[in-house]
Each structure stands twice: as C-alpha cells, then as structure tokens.
Design a protein around this ligand. Structure first.
Ligand code: AP5
Length: 212
C-alpha cells in the first residue's frame, strides 16, 4: 500500500515524512534522497541525474523508473510513504501499472504559498553525514554551523539557491501540479494546509490519513 506525499519544493514533505515514519511506522521512499545517494556513490544513475538536479529540472522518467523499481521492491509488503514521486502524468501512469503489487490508497497534497516556499528553501541546511535537515531561522543547526545530531558542518543543497528554487517552483507548476487533478478525480487526494509549525501541519496530515 502506498500513501503519496506531494506538494511543491519546500512544502515540508521530507520533514513530515520523517515524523510519519517515526510515529506511524511508514517505510519512507524519497526519490530525491534515492537520487542524491546515487550521486554520492558515483553510480551511473547518479552521473546521469546530477546535472538535471543541480539545474532544478526533473530527472528523465526512464532514470526514475530504474530507481523506483529497485526501491519499491526493497519495501514490498510494507506501508510505503512515497515522497517526490509521481511528479508528472507519465509517472502517474507508471505507478498505475504497478498497482497490483503497490496500490495507491491516498495522496496528501501539502499546500504552502510561494513566498514562504522560497524562504524555506533558501534557508534550508542539510547534514551531509547523517542527512538531518535544518532551517537557518525555523530550526537552526548549532551556532557554529554544525549538526546537533552528529557534529558535521551543515551545507546548503546546490538546488536551494534563490534562482534554482524559482526554476523548481516553475517546474512544479507546469509538470507536477496537473497530477492533482488526476488523483482528485479518483477521490483519493486530500489537500492539507502546510503553513504553521511542524506539529500543526503533522496533525492535519494525520487527520487526513486517519481513515486509511
Ligand atoms: P526532492 O529532494 O524531492 O526535492 P523537492 O520536491 O524539491 O522537495 P524538497 O526536498 O526541496 O522540499 P520538501 O517538501 O521535502 O521540504 P522539507 O521538508 O525539506 O527532489 C530534488 C530533485 O530530484 C528534483 O528537483 C529533481 O531534479 C529530482 N527528482 C526527485 N524526484 C523526482 C521524480 N519523481 N522525477 C524526476 N525528478 C525527480 O522542508 C524545507 C525546509 O523548510 C526545511 O529547512 C525545513 O526545516 C523547513 N520546514 C518544513 N516544514 C516547516 C514548517 N512547518 N515550518 C517552518 N519550517 C519548515
């Protein structure tokens, strides 16, 4: 069974996914994390994906299919929380073709206004060692810039500059937003307000999926 977490870059998908894993026992599958790990490991997939990611564009569907297939198989039989896939109508069709093994039961769309998204993206800092995510204002790392969990210096993702954030938000509007209509037509899409503190947003998501 799959629950999809969708929404524009910076909406809080990764942050809320981690809370849902911790509190509800979901198995998280983030295609962004999976691709970054391929880049870090220097694999062929990582080499092909890197320029698309750093320029703020979507990675081609064919590459994503390889990543998705392998990662879903690892999680077969679990309650999967899918963060960052599907991101266009072709990817919706791909997921539909896997429905006998991996049916999608609900889609949670986290909605946040554009100005706040840019602020969240540009202020985000991540730990390259343990993967923890911070924000310079909303949830800062230590004053010396190190990660409170493991002590490594946190860094800014290459696609989190103001320019790249703008490109990613345009890509979202043009390519990803249309998938919401498809899931709305199936009656499985829940739209959740992503503004406010982490706990308030979490409670709204928890309520939205409570009947699943
Ligand atoms: P991906 O890693 O999936 O990035 P994204 O979708 O752009 O989403 P983000 O990780 O930027 O944001 P988020 O919603 O997870 O927000 P977060 O919780 O971190 O994808 C990266 C790239 O990979 C893509 O551009 C593409 O190239 C490629 N890719 C991935 N999947 C693909 C696919 N299916 N097809 C093709 N290409 C694909 O929060 C952001 C910040 O806000 C953090 O600092 C956080 O601390 C803060 N924050 C979160 N919630 C709150 C809150 N309530 N209050 C205050 N601050 C908050």
């Amino acid at each position: 069974m799959i629950t999809i977490l969708t929404g524009p870059p910076g909406a809080g998908k990764g942050t809320q996914a981690d809370l849902l894993v911790e509190r509800k026992g979901f198995a998280k599958l983030s295609t962004g994390d999976a691709l970054r790990s391929q880049i870090q490991d220097g694999t062929d997939i990582g080499k092909k994906a890197e320029s698309f990611m750093s320029s703020g564009q979507l990675v081609p569907d064919k590459i994503l299919l390889e990543v998705l297939g392998a990662e879903l198989t690892k999680r077969k039989g679990t309650r999967i929380l899918l963060d960052g896939y599907p991101r266009n109508v072709v990817q919706v069709a791909t997921l539909d073709s896997l429905a006998s093994d991996f049916p999608v039961t609900s889609v949670v769309d986290i909605q946040v206004p554009k100005e706040l998204l840019v602020e969240r993206l540009c202020g985000r800092r991540v730990c390259g060692s343990c993967g923890a995510s911070y924000h310079t204002e909303f949830s800062p790392p230590r004053p010396d810039g190190s990660c409170p969990k493991c002590g490594t210096m946190v860094v800014q993702r290459p696609d989190d500059s103001e320019e790249k954030a703008g490109i990613r938000l345009d890509v979202y509007d043009n390519e990803t937003r249309p998938i919401l209509e498809l899931y709305d037509q199936r009656g499985i899409c829940r739209h959740v307000d992503g503004c406010g503190d982490l706990e308030s947003v979490y409670q709204r998501i928890d309520n939205a999926i409570s009947g699943d």
